[in-house]
Design a protein around this ligand. Sequence first.
Ligand SMILES: Nc1ncnc2c1ncn2[C@@H]1O[C@H](COP(=O)(O)OP(=O)(O)OP(=O)(O)O)[C@@H](O)[C@H]1O
Length: 303
Amino acid sequence: MSPSQAIELRGLAKQFAPGVGLQPMTLEVAPGEVFGFLGPNGAGKTTTIRTLMGFLRPTAGSARVLGLDVWGQREAAHARVGYLPGEVRLSPEWTGAQLLRRSAGLRGRRDKAYGEQIAGRLGLDLHRRLGTLSKGNRQKIGVTLALMHRPELLILDEPTDGLDPLVQETVLELLREARAEGRTVFLSSHVLSEVDRVADRVGIIRAGELTRVERLAELKAALPHHLEVTFAAAPPAELLTLPGLSGVRADGLTVRGLWQGDPNALLRALSAERLTALSLTPSSLEDAFLEEYRTAPGASHVA
Ligand SMILES: Nc1ncnc2c1ncn2[C@@H]1O[C@H](COP(=O)(O)OP(=O)(O)OP(=O)(O)O)[C@@H](O)[C@H]1O
């Protein structure tokens, strides 16, 4: 029987010490979905992922991947998941080619040719000894190993960490391809702009607590706009109290603020005025998330 959810967390908690670890977390990720898991340093992304992989035993609740209990059916789950750990550890004497060959042999289903193709796209030299590789090149090996057997579910802890922008884009492209093939991706990141390029939904974790889960499209639709309007004469005082407008600052004839809501209401309010300039620009997702982090309980962790 195929599971209805690729990932299912039910009150999953992991407590290391009082106040340290994960608060009970409930979340479902549907098959074929790309889910971005965002949070500042120390928020609990790696702990969630390690618990999801059955490396850490939950202190409460349960986690299932592809219908399998991650603690009780760990081996069966691992056979079907492509995993990239936060820190890729490799045998220094081996070459990338040897590692790919061994992984392909071990897993049986692993597709060595696809692994070589991924390595080629990432610009990875498979003939070098792993011990001589830079952090970025070790990361490329990790990404290749996670993807090469075309798993139904990818669980990736900061897949673009340490990679240059061009290679980052290639990794995101590989993830988009995985989604196009109907596979599920759960990836953690600090950087919303990269998650924005690949994810359908995002979850935000702050100080061990999953505080928000939302579709990116909805998040974007709700973003405020930066308003900048310059009047021909003194700005009208009513503008300061206009519903939907916040953070209003006047600088001579120019007024700036944040607009949230129907732009027609704003235009109606301005229609009686003589303007010399007007701009209404969406604030970026990155701005919105930085704001979210700043107001977070674990805000002091933000670099
Ligand atoms: N084995 C452990 N024992 C005790 N505390 C731990 C352990 N592992 C993690 N923690 C604590 O749990 C919290 C979450 O850490 P975690 O590594 O999951 O965060 P993260 O979001 O992945 O951070 P980063 O972005 O820096 O990788 C931190 O306060 C960390 O110190």
